[in-house]
Design a binder for this molecule. Sequence first.
Ligand SMILES: C[S@@+](CC[C@H](N)C(=O)[O-])C[C@H]1O[C@@H](n2cnc3c(N)ncnc32)[C@H](O)[C@@H]1O
Length: 338
Amino acid sequence: MARKANKAVLSPNVIMEELTGGWRAQTLSAAIELDVFSHIAAGKRTAKEVAGAAGASLRGMASLLDALVGLGHLRKTGARYSLQPVAAAFLVRSKKTYMGAAAESLSLTWDVWKHLAEAVRTGHPYEAVDVAKRGKEFFPKLVAGIFPGNFAASSAAVSSLPGKERREIHRILDVAAGSGAWSLAFAQAIPEARVTTVDFPEMTPITRGFAEKLGVAGRYEYHEGDLRQTDFGQDIYDLVILGHIIHSEGEKHGKELIRKSYAALRPGGMLLIAEFVPNDTRTAPSFPLLFGLNMLLQTEEGNVFTLREYRAWLKAAGFRKVKTVPVPAPSPLILATK
Ligand SMILES: C[S@@+](CC[C@H](N)C(=O)[O-])C[C@H]1O[C@@H](n2cnc3c(N)ncnc32)[C@H](O)[C@@H]1O
């Protein structure tokens, strides 16, 4: 967010707020770990009651609950706490939209972020997610953490498609499928759609687990292997999905993925790209720009790219129409037609 520098009211508060940003993240993560929001949803309302349910000290819980009020996640009336709407929707374990796993997956990045200055100095990752080794442990945790948000966004994308376009989707290729978050919403909404995934073999049981939960596992098949070595085929699919993979692959391999997706689509088929997209001048919003740093810290070539860049790459690959689809996610989705 742009901040107006007004000399009369210039205050260093904003610097302190930013420098304690990690405290906010830790406060929310601790509350998720202790299941504070679920206990409040279950009727525990005072610090003593919540502390009892969480097996925590009264001193600790009272401080934590007040901090959560300060951060806007809880409301306090006298000595009783209740949930604010976002916490009620996304932080209560029994909810389908529960986002607690995101806390665990994001905590996987904390150690690496301590080395940002070093990565900026060298231009190389402090600790690259070696997809052949560490990636195989890292990604299963990550994809479970990002499932609820991505599934909500893909469900919104499916609903936004005109019926005619939806009815033409029979074969789907979900590249770097992970949990399958992006294709599962299509498989659920289109009963005749069949999905092929491309990902490491370690991911297959995870994708299958999500597909089973949603009752569509019978229509999934799995291509196990390195996506850089995989030929996606020619003129086969009605929909190809590149969900959160170009940012870690970087420009060169990202363009190659777009080219292979184009070849694999039948004429009139669509490519769906889910990414974190900064504006064309790379000045906002802050989240995609911070994600660019996350890619610097963890990959050799990864980055975030603007819509102008995606349009140019898609046009160069042969796509004739490119549009964006607004969804409840940090950035709109990109939909290109062959
Ligand atoms: C950030 S996750 C995205 C998962 C899913 N598309 C989503 O958006 O929720 C990246 C996925 O790409 C897979 N992946 C990364 N590099 C790969 C490679 N070289 N070959 C195959 N899969 C790869 C990982 O295993 C992981 O499932």
